[in-house]
Design a protein around this ligand. Structure first.
Ligand code: XMP
Length: 509
């Protein structure tokens, strides 16, 4: 395994992705990790990530320099390299010119990290500080026009430093550099596969859970579904999944979850029909944040009530993913990981004094998908677009009524059917309809109509932090509009949302 020390770079998750793609397991830890903890993990190699700080600034993040006496190979990237150089007696200072973007890398010594890579290759730079002098025992192994020390090493000690970022796609040979580090320098073997992950994770959960029971809130989304199947494989029907039908789901969704988990996978599933309760409390509520609060509270109550009926429950399982775990730790903080409450499960029953089980907490989303496939989940669930916890409630502007829900469900079903038929479902981050209970005039047959407006929203995005409106083909938009107006009573106008995030958001509420 490889240990990655997180100095706060926006790219550090990419480092972990590169290592895992090479089938080597890695873990990201904050710089506060102690030497004893590192020895306990006993990594084959250490990667020091980049970061926004300057090494000569007061309070800049540092890891115990004892790592350089462990006899383990170390790869420092950007700030990580500067930290290494500074710790071992070299000199770092402000660069005359900040360097950002592509640079041509001239490799002078191909041994080690650059093995098998052409003497000239492109790399991606992003730094304001530079190495003035390398420590004793180090050689300069590559330069760029602006940066004399673009790479350095002490091959006897197996310490390597790169000023550029090998983890980003803009460094085309970055993957080769990682492979050289992992396999040639550290001697890692390719043991990280989903099969091995399942085996180890099942074993670990069995030894922790033993004869006790676990509950899990199943939403029908990818993360909770994969977590449910993995735990089910470990402890069978000592896992109880609770699915709350809040009346705000899409057409056929509740039945799908029931059919798949109960009938197909034989998972112990408690299906709670709480539509009345949710819709009753949402009656007349217009404010989006109020809607969210009511839905969150009502969900917890329904979940708790059901959980209390079960005896011997000691564990609460959640489908928390690695990015949530990493982001909840500060680069400057200690090693203790405070897991932020995931906004999907916002503050699940604290009172219940249950121990948390988070079997996906070391996985990235794409790994969770591979895992889901391995566990037999159907493709349409694995590739499901995100759907917000408050469901259709935040896609009906103004207050929620059964009639409005019914209209939106029909529109949404048509939209998704057409998006799928057009082969676009997987390419879009999200595609959905929003009901605007405003009325506008139309004409149908020879009759004047006065009905609702529906907005179509389709966006592309990588992480929902930013998003762009999707350039859907006009023919497809035309087909959706025709079908909606013809097939859904109560709608006579369809509009397309062409706003990006920021300044808009993905959802309307
Ligand atoms: P916005 O609308 O903020 O959405 O651009 C970003 C992503 O978050 C989802 N979203 C939610 N998910 N509960 C959720 O579980 C919520 O209250 C909520 N609000 C927005 C949204 O669908 C998008 O993927």
């Amino acid at each position: 395994m490889i240990l990655i020390i997180d100095f706060g770079s926006q790219y550090n998750q990419l480092i972990a992705r590169r290592v895992r793609e090479a089938h080597v397991y890695c873990q990201i830890e904050a710089p506060g990790i102690t030497l004893a903890q590192i020895k306990g993990i006993s990594p084959e190699g250490i990667i020091l990530s980049g970061g926004p700080a300057s090494i000569y600034e007061k309070g800049s993040p540092r890891v115990d320099p004892g790592i350089f006496d462990l006899g383990i190979p170390v790869l420092g990237i950007c700030y990580g390299m500067q930290y290494m150089v500074d710790s071992l007696g070299g000199e770092v200072s402000k660069a005359e010119k900040r360097e950002y973007g592509f640079a041509e890398l001239n490799i002078k010594d191909a041994a080690g990290i650059f093995e098998g890579i052409d003497d000239q290759t492109r790399c991606w730079m992003s730094h304001g500080d530079t190495i003035r002098r390398v420590p004793k025992g180090f050689r300069i192994t590559a330069s760029t026009a602006n940066t004399r020390v673009a790479a350095t090493h002490n091959s006897r000690k197996r310490f390597y430093g790169l000023q550029f970022h090998p983890e980003v796609v803009h460094t085309p040979k970055g993957k080769n550099m990682f492979r050289n580090f992992l396999f040639t320098i550290c001697g890692c073997r390719k043991t990280w596969t989903m099969k091995s992950f399942i085996r180890e994770s099942v074993q670990e959960m069995r030894s922790v859970i033993r004869d006790k029971k676990v509950i899990l809130g199943l939403s029908g989304g990818v993360d909770s579904s994969v977590a449910a199947l993995l735990i089910h494989r470990a402890v069978g029907n000592r896992l109880t999944c609770i699915f709350v039908d809040n009346g705000l789901l899409r057409q056929g969704e509740a039945e799908q979850v029931k059919g798949l988990f109960k009938k197909h996978f034989n998972v112990n599933l408690r299906f709670i029909s709480a539509r009345q309760q949710f819709l009753g409390r949402l009656k007349g509520v217009v404010d989006p944040e109020k809607k969210r609060k009511i839905i969150g509270r009502t969900f917890i109550q329904a979940f708790e009530k059901e959980a209390h009926k079960l005896r011997g429950v000691k564990f609460l399982a959640q489908g928390t993913l690695y990015p949530d775990v990493i982001e909840s730790r500060s680069a400057f903080g200690g090693p203790s990981a405070v897991i932020k409450s995931h906004h999907n499960v916002g503050g699940l029953p604290k009172k219940m004094r249950l121990q948390l089980i988070e079997p996906l907490k070391h996985l990235f989303k794409d790994e969770v998908r591979v895992l889901g496939k391995e566990l037999g989940l159907p493709d349409d669930l694995i590739w499901r677009q995100p759907f917000p916890g408050p469901g259709l409630a935040i896609r009906i502007i103004s207050d929620i009524t059964r009639a409005r829900l019914s209209i939106l469900r029909k529109v949404d079903a048509i939209l998704l059917e057409e998006i799928r038929a057009g082969g676009l479902y997987k390419k879009l981050w999200q595609s959905f309809a929003v009901l605007l209970p405003l009325k506008s005039v139309g004409i149908m047959g020879d009759q004047r109509t006065y009905e609702h407006i529906v907005a179509i929203r389709a966006v592309t995005s990588i992480d929902a932090m930013t998003a762009d409106w999707a350039r859907l083909p006009h023919e497809l938009l035309g087909r959706i509009s025709n079908r909606v107006i013809n097939e859904v009573k109560g709608v006579n106008r369809v509009v397309y949302d062409i706003s990006s995030k920021p300044p808009s958001t993905i959802e309307w509420e």
